[in-house]
Design a protein. Structure first.
Length: 202
């Protein structure tokens, strides 16, 4: 069995070698021809030549004649897809990644802009209070935006600490709270928080 395979491979190799030798001999004979004789060759002979061999022969017997080289096939035009079609072509994992990035960006921008927007809103709303301050609402807490309310501390409080929490000048707090002692603020004493940006009515 092995001998038959070896013999078969030997025969195939010999056939390839003979074919290559025969093709080389044919090429050499054709290159020796004149252009007039070459064009009179039968179609059967020319059919044995590849396109490269044909150009090589023509270049040898008639160098002034150039064989046209077939142009490369045109590149297929890529279809322009709309964003909906491109979105549908994305895998679900890529779609989720894009959605997550967009939502994260929106949340971060909202978190950054919210304090500024809140501060702008508070500074552009006119607070209207009655001149009788005992009717004012209670302050929920002390912050740079607290305004137009009464704060009742649960413990004694220092004026400087109050001014720091409200971001207000201490002198302005003194002037609006002359009913309180200047040394400290007693627990449960009403503290008037008024930034003078609003309007007092009778």
């Amino acid at each position: 069995m092995a001998d038959r395979r070896a013999l078969f491979r030997k025969d195939v190799t010999k056939v390839k070698r003979d074919a290559t030798s025969e093709s080389r001999q044919l090429m050499n004979r054709l290159k020796q021809m004149t252009p007039a004789r070459f064009v009179r060759l039968p179609a059967k002979t020319l059919a044995r030549l590849t396109a490269a061999q044909y150009r090589e022969i023509v270049g040898a017997i008639a160098p002034e004649i150039g064989c046209p080289v077939p142009p490369p096939p045109p590149k297929p035009e890529r279809e322009t897809l709309g964003w909906r079609e491109r979105w549908r072509l994305l895998p679900s994992s890529a779609q989720m990644t894009v959605i997550t990035l967009v939502l994260t960006t929106v949340i971060v921008m909202a978190a950054v802009a919210s304090p500024q927007a809140w501060r702008w809103t508070l500074t552009h709303i006119e607070i209207v209070r009655h001149q009788e301050r005992s009717t004012w609402p209670r302050c929920a807490r002390l912050s740079p935006y607290t305004d137009g309310c009464l704060y009742f501390p649960t413990d004694d409080m220092d004026w400087d600490a109050l001014a720091a929490q409200l971001h207000m000048p201490p002198q302005q707090l003194y002037d609006d709270n002359k009913h309180l002692p200047p040394q400290f603020i007693p627990a449960r004493a009403p503290i008037v928080v008024w930034r003078h940006r609003g309007r007092l009515v009778e």
